[in-house]
Design a protein around this ligand. Structure first.
Ligand SMILES: CC(C)(COP(=O)(O)OP(=O)(O)OC[C@H]1O[C@@H](n2cnc3c(N)ncnc32)[C@H](O)[C@@H]1OP(=O)(O)O)[C@@H](O)C(=O)NCCC(=O)NCCS
Length: 168
């Protein structure tokens, strides 16, 4: 799948991950200020690199797209991932959304608009799905503000969708 890399926003870019990003990704996933509502991890940098190598095959096959969020000076400030890309069902799942303390102000709005635009305009899919822990009130606020609609819930999570026509 040919991907315009990076996707350019006004304050951040989304660029495809490489195995060299393993340490940065782990710095996010192991940060106690950021991992309260995501599954934490004990893996090593080498294990993360191996995961990224396997991911790159999925990227080649058009199954998954993992972006590093970087500021305009090209310093990484976060991640976002589009996975379970299913052209048959016209949908994908959106996740691994993490921004660290160096993010420019209002990054989350641009991460959502760039990545949703990529899903709808480049991948030509109709629907983005995501799930979020019920207690992650900040992420929920952001998802609802930028166009995701709650469609289901269980004891642990809320489930959201954004359809092509409702994109902000
Ligand atoms: C979720 C995350 C990416 C959001 O990015 P961010 O840059 O911190 O968010 P922003 O500064 O853009 O948004 C802050 C907004 O949330 C609101 N907010 C802050 N804390 C909040 C809270 N506890 N409850 C509800 N809303 C809250 C702010 O008022 C602001 O709203 P506004 O834009 O309407 O004024 C970031 O906090 C993060 O990485 N969290 C850890 C990982 C995570 O939980 N990811 C989501 C997994 S589903």
């Amino acid at each position: 799948m040919p991907i315009n890399n990076p996707l350019q926003g006004k304050i951040i870019n989304l660029r495809l991950v490489s195995t060299e990003d393993a340490e940065f990704i782990l710095s996010l996933r192991k940060n106690p200020l950021l991992n309260q509502h995501i599954s934490s991890t004990e893996i090593s940098v080498e294990e993360q690199k191996n995961w990224l190598r396997a991911y790159k095959s999925r990227e080649e096959l058009g199954q998954e797209v993992y972006f590093i969020v970087e500021n305009k000076a090209h310093h990484p400030v976060g991640t976002v991932r589009i996975y379970k890309i299913d052209p048959g069902k016209n949908e994908c799942t959106w996740g691994s959304f993490i921004l660290n303390e160096n993010r420019p102000e209002n990054s989350s709005a641009e991460v959502i608009s760039l990545s949703a635009g990529f899903v709808f305009d480049e991948l030509k899919l109709q629907k983005i799905k995501l799930d979020v822990r019920r207690e992650n009130s900040k992420a929920i606020h952001i998802y609802e503000k930028y166009g995701f609609k709650r469609v289901a819930e269980d004891d642990l999570d809320y489930y959201y969708e954004m359809k092509r026509e409702s994109q902000c």
